[in-house]
Ligand binder design. Structure first.
Ligand code: ADP
Ligand code: F6P
Length: 468
């Protein structure tokens, strides 16, 4: 995937994220491969960088190797190396076993370790230094997500000439949960180094401002935070979206349509296809969703001869204990359900633990009659928006958890509480059996919403408020 290997010059616009848009992997024959990195952050920001150019600073996904920067799709890639210890303590530890569960309503208990916190600070300092070294005078630097909370303040210390923005892709929790964190004040101070702090929903911005007043003692003037040094920081919601036109065009490509037809055939040409698409993460509500389908199939409410539930789950954070447990639980659940319902050779639940090219994702969205997105908590959830952008026919339905950020905008989805198994089953059946007129009306309104708030609108709104 790298086009040239040259050390990038300084840039006027920089994105700093834990992940680069491409991941370096070792293939089956030991060869080196580049693959699109997992998750919504990369899906959202890739088109922004292709349009604006500049530099993307991040980790390339493999430990203990230092690689050269290169040009990619019209912008510069600047890799930041992480050692095995960094991966264990900064990425798997503090980022994904401390902050991730804490920010997602403590759906599993967060783990607090002082060594992880030390490494988190060191790695954030490394990202800040890389940004400082690659930013032109007066450049705009846009720092992304919970892995890099301390970068805004560290970067301001190194380069006071920069405009610094920060966007949190995941929920920002209420004070009752956030205050568990032993380093709660330091993280807030790190973020307050930015000129503009963006959240997915207004509730996240309010939680942040209340905590900053309480724990850091900042003053408020209307919606602005006034810092002791006279700087003014704005904290506001910018619900993220997707390149809806790009997804729609992709889904219309003849190769993708042919792949969709083949996929439908491989699934046995069922009357109805339900689809789930997620990173394999405990916040996504997979255990609950699969149990719901298991009960619908075994009770006969869904006939396995006519209905298939296709679930794909991208491997994610596989060395973190809770993710390992989740993988085993899902394997077990799916195996048990398929051994009890359906026929040999045509399982009721078609489950793949794999990651697919975007063309295949578009093909899956095209053939899904009912898309089922039921996270226990999610900052936004781009899968819900991708489905609406890719699926052409109106006679289709989106089932969406009330606990996904997307639920605030996608009001016409069939919404459910994923903690309430009977309620979720009832909503899935209502979405599947509702009249064509109702389903079509909802799909049309959803499409209108998704196509009128695209990723460029999101980036432009944020960068305009940042004064970039
Ligand atoms: P998160 O950022 O928590 O992973 P999102 O729903 O916002 O959740 O984004 C997930 C992204 O990952 C989407 O762009 C989706 O298309 C992609 N994705 C999810 N599952 C797969 C898969 N099995 N293969 C490839 N891409 C996937
Ligand atoms: O969108 C949330 C997010 O945590 C991103 O920050 C991250 O890049 C993505 O999900 C995938 O997770 P990871 O980088 O840990 O594989």
């Amino acid at each position: 995937m790298p086009e040239t290997t040259s050390t990038p010059q300084t840039a006027d616009f920089l994105v700093v994220a834990n992940r680069l848009p491409v991941d370096r992997r070792t293939g089956p024959e030991g060869e080196l491969q580049w693959r699109t990195s997992p998750g919504g952050l990369v899906t959202a920001l890739e088109p922004v960088m292709k349009r604006k150019g500049g530099a993307w600073i991040g980790w390339h996904g493999a430990p203990d190797e230092t690689i050269e920067g290169f040009e990619h799709e019209g912008y510069s890639i600047v890799p930041v190396p992480l050692s095995s210890q960094d991966v264990e303590e900064f990425y798997e530890g503090f980022s994904n076993a401390t902050l991730w569960p804490l920010y997602h309503d403590v759906v599993v208990p967060p783990v607090y370790h002082r060594e992880w916190w030390q490494t988190y600070r060191e790695v954030n300092q490394r990202f800040a230094q890389a940004a400082a070294a690659h930013a032109a005078q007066g450049a705009t630097v846009w720092v992304q997500d919970y892995q890099l909370h301390l970068v805004p303040a560290m970067l301001r210390e190194l380069r006071p000439d920069l405009r610094i923005g920060f966007f949190l892709h995941i929920p920002f929790p209420p004070k009752e949960l956030y205050q568990q964190l032993p380093w709660r004040r330091e993280l807030l101070e790190g973020l307050l180094g930015a000129d503009l702090i963006g959240f997915q929903l207004p509730g996240g911005a309010t939680n942040f401002v209340n905590l900053a007043k309480r724990l850091v003692g900042v003053q408020m003037t209307r919606d602005r935070i006034r810092m002791p040094d006279g700087r003014v920081v704005l904290a506001k919601a910018y619900p993220i979206s997707i390149d809806a036109n790009g997804f729609r065009d992709l889904a219309r490509e003849p190769d993708v349509q042919a792949e969709a037809a083949q996929l439908r055939e491989d699934l046995g040409n069922p009357k109805r296809i339900f689809l789930g698409v997620d990173r394999l993460d405990y916040t996504k509500g997979l255990r609950q969703r699969i149990r719901a389908f298991g009960e619908l199939f075994s009770s006969g409410e869904l006939d396995p001869d006519e209905n298939v539930f296709l679930q794909v789950a991208t491997p994610s954070r596989e060395r973190v204990e809770e993710y390992r447990k989740l993988r085993d639980d899902i394997d077990l659940l799916v195996g048990r359900i398929n051994s009890e319902v359906g026929r040999i050779g045509s399982p009721a639940i078609a489950y793949r633990h794999d990651s697919y090219p975007r063309t295949t994702m578009a093909a899956m969205y095209s053939i899904a009659d009912v898309m089922v997105v039921t996270p226990l908590r999610d900052g936004m959830n781009l899968v819900a928006k991708e489905y609406v952008a890719c699926h052409e026919g109106d006679d289709a339905a989106l089932v969406l958890s009330e606990f996904a950020g997307a639920a605030k905008e996608m009001k016409q989805a069939y919404q459910c509480n994923p903690h309430d198994l009977d309620g979720m089953k009832e909503t899935i059946m209502r979405a599947a059996n509702d009249s064509t007129m109702n389903r079509s009306r909802r799909m049309r309104l959803l499409r209108k919403q998704v196509f009128s708030h695209q990723i460029d609108d999101w980036a432009n709104d944020f960068l305009r408020d940042l004064g970039a």
